[in-house]
Each structure stands twice: as C-alpha cells, then as structure tokens.
Design a protein. Sequence first.
Lengths: 259, 364
Amino acid sequence: MAKRIDVSGLHVYYGDFLAVEDVSMTIEPRSVTAFIGSSGCGKSTFLRTLNRMHEVTPGARVQGKVMLDDQDVYGPEVDPVAVRREVGMVFQRPNPFPTMSIYDNVIAGSKLNNQRMSKAVADETVENALRGANLWEEVKDRLNKPGAGLSGGQQQRLCIARAIAVEPSVLLMDEPCSALDPISTLAIEDLISKLKENYTIVIVTHNMQQAARVSDVTAFFNLAGTGKPGKLIEMGETNRIFTNPEKKETENYITGRFG
Amino acid sequence: MSASTQLSPSSTEGGSTPSANTLSLGGTLPKPMPPATLAAIVVLGAGTLYALDAWSLPMLAVITIVGYMVAITTASAFYENGRKAKDRLVTAVVYTCFALAMVPLVSVLWTVLSSGLVRLDGYFLQVSMNGVTPSMDAGGAYHAIVGTLMITGFAAVVSIPIGLLTAVYLVEYGRGRLKQAITFFVDVMTGIPSIVAGLFVVALWIMLFGPGKTNGAAGAIALSVLMIPVVVRSCEEMLRLVPNELREASYALGVPKWLTIVKVVLPTAIAGITTGIMLALARVIGETAPLILTAGSSAVAINWNLFEGQMMSLPVFIYSQVRMGGAINYERAWAAALTLIIVVMLLFFAARMISRLFAPKLGR
C-alpha cells in the first residue's frame, strides 16, 4: 500500500518568486522522512507540492517531476483531487470539522465526497481508523459528540484518523506537534512509529529531537540567503545526519550554532 | 528572584479582593453608597421641582444625572483617590449613555403596544378591508398580512440565491478586476434609496408589460433590488470568517472544491448567514415607498396572486390608514404596526432556531 516518492529537479514558484530551488530526493516506502530547517526555508512549501496542496495558494506553481511509484503526480491528465486521496495530509493546527461529530469527522473523506457507505462498513472504518490513531479507547463512548470538544492532542489524532480513513499510501505531516503539549506530542510520535509499518510518512518539524526520535531519514533545508530560494542541503540516514553531517551548514544547524 | 516571590501572593490577593489594594491611598466608598446617592438625588430633585411648581420628567432626569455625577465624583475624590473618582464618573457617563439609547427603543415599543393592542385581535387579523368604508368600525389587515408575506417571501426567494451565490463567488472564486467591480457595485447598490428602486421597477414593468400593469411581483423585485446587496455583504463577511484550515483539511481528503464549499464552508457559516439574511429581510419588510409605487396603495381585498392586480402590504396599509386621518384609521394603523413588529420578531425567532439547528457544536 505504501508508495515510493521520487522527486527530481523540482522548483516551486509563488508568482515570479522562486521559493524552493532544484530539489531531488527519493522517499522510501514504509519509512519516516523528516524535513528540518529554519523557518521560511521552504520545507512546508515543498511538502505541499507532494500532494499538490500548494495549488490552493493563488499564483503557486511548480517545475520538475514528482513520481508516486510509477505515476506522475503532475501528469497532464492527473486530477489533483485524486492525488490528494492518495497522499493524505495532517496540518500544524488540529482542524476537525466543527459541524461534525467525532464519528462523522473520521469518515469525512467519504461523506464529503457523497460516497454511499453501509452502516456496518462505516462503523468498521471508524473503529479501525480511530484504533490506528490510538484514539479509540478515549472516544469510543462519545462518537456522536462534536469533534471540536476534544483536547488539542486528541483533535490532532482525530485528524490523523480522518486522514488514514481514506486509506492513502502516503501521509504528509506539517509540524503535527507544534501546537501540542509534550504528552500529546509523545502520543503522536508513538503513533507515527506505528503508522510507518503501513504508510510512507513525511514529517516537517522544527524540533530536532523529534526528528531524531521518529525519523529514519532526515533532510535538511536551508535558505541560500535572505530573499533567495530555499534548497535541499543534505539528506541521509537520521543517525548519520545528527552524528556526522557532511555539510558545514547542517552541522551548524543541528548543533545550534546557526547563522 | 525574591521580588517575584514576594509579588505573586500579594498580586493574587489584590485580584480577589480589590478593596484590600495596599497601593490605594484612600479608603473605599461603601457598596450601597452609589445607589443611595442616586435615590437621594431623585427624591431631592423631585421635591424641589414640585415645590417650585415646575414639575417635568426630562428636567428631573437632567438634574438627577448631573447631580449624581457631581456628587459621586466629589465624594470619591474626597474619600477615595483621583483614579477611582475618574472611574466613578466614567461609569456614570456610560450608564447614562446606555439609558439614553434605551429611551427611544422602550418608548417606541410602549407606544406601539399600548396603541396597537386597542384594535389588534383575532377579527383584525382575519378580515380584509373589502367593502369597509374608512370610518366603519370594522375591517382588518388580513389582506395586508397576506401581501407582506407574499411580497417579502418572493423577494427572499429571488434575493437569497443570487446574494448567497454572489458572496460565494467573491470569497471562493473571485479574483482581480471582476471581483473588484462586483464588490464596488454591491457597495453602490447598498446606498440606493428605496424609492429609486421602486421607480426603477415601475419603469421596467412599463417597458416589459406596458403601463399600469404593476403587481405584487413588481413590489417583490423592487424589494430584492434593496435586499440583494445586504445579503451579499453579510454572507461575504460570514464566509470570510470560515478558517482556511477547514478548506485545506477538506482538500487534503481529496474533496473537490465545490463539494468543500457546499459541505464544509456553508454549514460552518450557516448561523451567521441566516442571521444576515434575516437582517436583510427585516430591512425590506418595512419598506413603504417602493411598494406604493409598484404593488399599489388602494387594494382592499385579499389577493393571493403576485402576478395579477394590486396587493396591499402592512407598511402601505399603515401609510394609507394614517392618510385617511380618522380616529379609527389611526387605531388600524397602530394595530398594523404592532402586527408588523410581531411578524419581524417571529422571523428572527425562526432564524435563531435554524441557526441553532445547524451551528457548529462545541460542547463536550
């Protein structure tokens, strides 16, 4: 189910402004890849190009190639909506749908697409997704209560459950823990390690300990300078990046001697 | 370090009992003091005015307000401190402004209720003015109620889809020149005087159907000219309040844009949208001028057909009854005014119910 992502020569523009320059990388299936780097260096922008979410921003466009196994994400006949069903996303701030119950939030992917689903199938999907997101035990008795009534960490796990309920092959996470307390963060990190058995996971994080804890591969992004585009500086096994980086910039960043 | 540990307990104490603030230089006026002062000044002022044989309620109000402000500020400046004196003065000013704002509201409600209840009964609500001479002790507003409901109902049916979809276009799709142009014209339309809208529709009807063919539908179109811009503006504001994160969450689940709008954006904003639509309806339901020009002011019989003949409405009914000038006409006018207010209140009540039904639920 998990798929490999192959990016080659990707440039991202906002209008005329080049935001990310020439990124090539391979993201292996059933692994966790972390993107680290300072704010504004384009890692979130790059992440959003992997499921064409950047197209929501007016003026954003890309050059280059993104392959999902052997399927071209930017192929001329490819529908961005179909790409997003294949490549799910979890955002920085938990964003459950406020008009829906916990139950409806989990099956929002089908519900919003007007897909008919028998009660039994829906029940099973909800339970599996919530178990998958380590939330089932906490909410099984109040599935009909509004999703917005949960705590921040629970809401974020609800969003993860919602994302995995549509059975994507890749899960993108854009700083999923930055709005959460340490306990909830731990819960999400445990969940990430469990999810990588079935999904390709890409996570953007500002927290280097988190990258070191959860990821197998780490990619370091940096700006070439103020007003210049962001670049992929170095990518490799997390252990090696944190103990023996090849580039000086990477070493400066991870040791805190940045700038 | 030691300063902060000393500060924190004293500051929490200060928070729970403001009177124990060790920083204040003076004491505190006892709690019953302000109302007692107010009562004393009212009694004193009333007594003085009575003794001088110059009794008037507005005069007493002015004396009370000025007297109270002077008394409480002086007392506070003397027993408390300058800061608290200012606080008490501003508090008095704020309450005065609130009371002044309430005066017209309460007065209007009271006048309409007391004058309107004379004639408002089941009979008034169930008969029309068909065959009733102006001074006869008979007749009612049923035809006007029917007209108001039909005309504003039709105006709503026309305006709500146009207004809501325009707002959706402006917020979700619109870009560049076209969006600017629409926003500009909507703003201009908000300022159109209602009589101009009426004239416009009269001219339109003459062009389309020939002279003298205006009917209830013409009135409804005139009202929707007034209503559409209000609906657009309020819906636009409400749609902009929907967090972008919800749209992104929906896109990220592989939901197309139109379904995202229909199933995420609109339901999230539904409470505000209904309120906005109700405000727009309330604005047009009391319009008189365009209806006199279009739906006519002389209908006396019940007319259920928007497309044939003249149609009475409550505001026009009030207007024409007042023009007739007899005591019984005034009674009818007040009763109709009360009916109109009740209709508007029922609408708002319905809107509250609708928005409560659909509103985002935040409880646990």
